[in-house]
Design a protein around this ligand. Sequence first.
Ligand SMILES: *Cc1c(COP(=O)(O)O)cnc(C)c1O
Length: 307
Amino acid sequence: MIDTGVNIPLQEIITDEIKRRDISLQVLRIDLIDGITGGNKYFKLKYNIEEASGQGHDTVLTFGGAFSNHIIATATAGKANGFKTIGVIRGEEPSVLSATLQDARAQGMQLIFWSREKYKHKNEFENILELEKHFGPFYLIPEGGSNKYAVKGCAEIVKEIKTDFDVACVPVGTGGTIAGLVHGLRGEQKALGFSALKDGGFLEGEVLKLLHSYEGRNFDRVAAENKIKIVTDFHFGGYAKYNNELLAFICDFKKQHNIPLDFVYTGKMMFGLLKLIEKDFFIEGTKIIAIHTGGIQGNRGLGEGSL
Ligand SMILES: *Cc1c(COP(=O)(O)O)cnc(C)c1O
């Protein structure tokens, strides 16, 4: 994959609540990289694609849902780098494909559909073997793209923050992105995650596992635990769940600050982050970076005109 080659903008957010506390909040717009493959998925895939090449593969296979940012990002990055791509999609094949899956197919991705029941067991040996029998050898990227190569790539997000900061905020799904951030932090800097899942209590453990898989013998669990916190109060009912309050917030945020947010990840993070500022979660003077991980394409799942 090519280098981002662009200066990723930091966009300042000013509200009365922020000013009153002398806090600074800037949004790192990694969502602007490379269109649909942009956001955190760009960083998560970068070294996976490199590894797939290094291992001599010509095919990449991965898993995801009908509106998955990871699926469309893998399809696009795979094509750009000369790979065949296969997407194993959760749920039965619908009569009309989602916009995301249509785009993935347009990028040459071959789609197969597994029932929700089978999909739950996607990582089991027999199921992977069945895929290999059917498609031949492939480089497997896990659902959401989180593995040690994703951690390596996401550590580079920190290098794109070309200013001092105390806390970097990011939405959390499978944890690979925040694991990378933790690896890239310096000194007293902290990573604050916002769970996109309902029962996100297990996520910190997942992040530590991912970090360990990348750092190996250099992994310092206690140091890592001190750098990371994942808040679980802003999931709005669970993964991809939403209500009118969230959608109204997203519309309003766009009007006020001219930054689009998605309803699965970044909308919930920004909602939660502004609430935490109001509740004095951060001490005065804290310098906060919110990482805009992208995902706007997923808003098409809400239907025409909803956002
Ligand atoms: C995938 C995704 C996330 C979650 O990243 P993880 O590494 O799985 O925690 C956050 N935001 C957006 C927009 C995403 O597409």
